[in-house]
Design a protein around this ligand. Structure first.
Ligand SMILES: [Fe+2]
Length: 223
């Protein structure tokens, strides 16, 4: 009977270890998310931005019928996708006007810096790549690597669209938030260049069938 007891204890230990790992992952995530919130709050205009992008991207992913694993990666990545902006100077992050070429090149390092911060955290899985590629463009003119089309992970293509939607629907020092019709027109215009046409088409089709769905997509609902 002794070996059975030992096996039971072994299973008990394994369960405890699993719980401990989960608790550590949760604590690491809380720290990362707090840090990412603080980075957003360096500029009054981007306070809450990452949370809003997470809501929007998650809702787009649901509309597109993504699998749970892909949806979870978007949910994990959304709140910390801009964490690499911690490496960008305050004067550039908070600059109200147009950025110079040199300032913009400093902004462009943030996806790679963010990836460096989180790359060792295995529990983040695919979410790490989504953070790395959230500024790639469908036409290959994005950064950091200029990936094109389906070379870009689908979750990153969705996050890029949600990122732009949140920027367009928020006030900026140099302009007021765009109205919904303007946002939809902009998405349509930049479909195939900045944005993945599959993401834009699904979104536009759903909004056409049910216009109020757009408010559900862009507002914090169930996160
Ligand atoms: Fe970003």
């Amino acid at each position: 009977m002794e070996p059975i007891g030992e096996e039971k204890d072994g299973m008990h230990d394994a369960d405890n270890l699993k719980k401990l790992y989960k608790a550590q992952e949760h604590a690491s995530l809380e720290v990362l998310y707090s840090l990412a919130d603080a980075v957003d709050a360096r500029n009054a205009y981007t306070t809450g931005h990452s949370k809003q992008v997470t809501v929007c991207a998650t809702n787009i992913a649901r509309v597109m019928g993504l699998k749970k694993k892909e949806l979870d990666a978007i949910k994990l990545c959304g709140p910390l996708h801009d964490i690499g902006k911690i490496a960008v100077k305050e004067a550039i992050i908070g600059k109200p006007g147009k950025l110079s070429e040199d300032e913009f090149s400093q902004i462009k390092i943030h996806p790679l810096k963010g990836y460096r911060i989180i790359e060792g955290l295995d529990f983040l899985g695919e979410a790490r790549l989504l953070a790395l590629h959230h500024h790639e463009r469908f036409d290959g003119k994005g950064y950091p690597y200029g990936l094109k089309g389906e070379e870009i992970p689908l979750g990153a293509r969705i996050l890029a669209t949600a990122d732009a939607i949140d920027a367009m629907t928020s006030d900026r020092p140099y302009r007021k938030a765009l109205d919904i019709d303007m946002v939809l027109m902009e998405l349509d215009t930049c479909s195939g260049t900045q944005f993945d046409p599959k993401v834009v088409n699904t979104l536009l089709k759903r909004v056409e069938q049910k216009p109020e769905i757009f408010y559900g997509i862009i507002k914090p609902k169930d996160i």
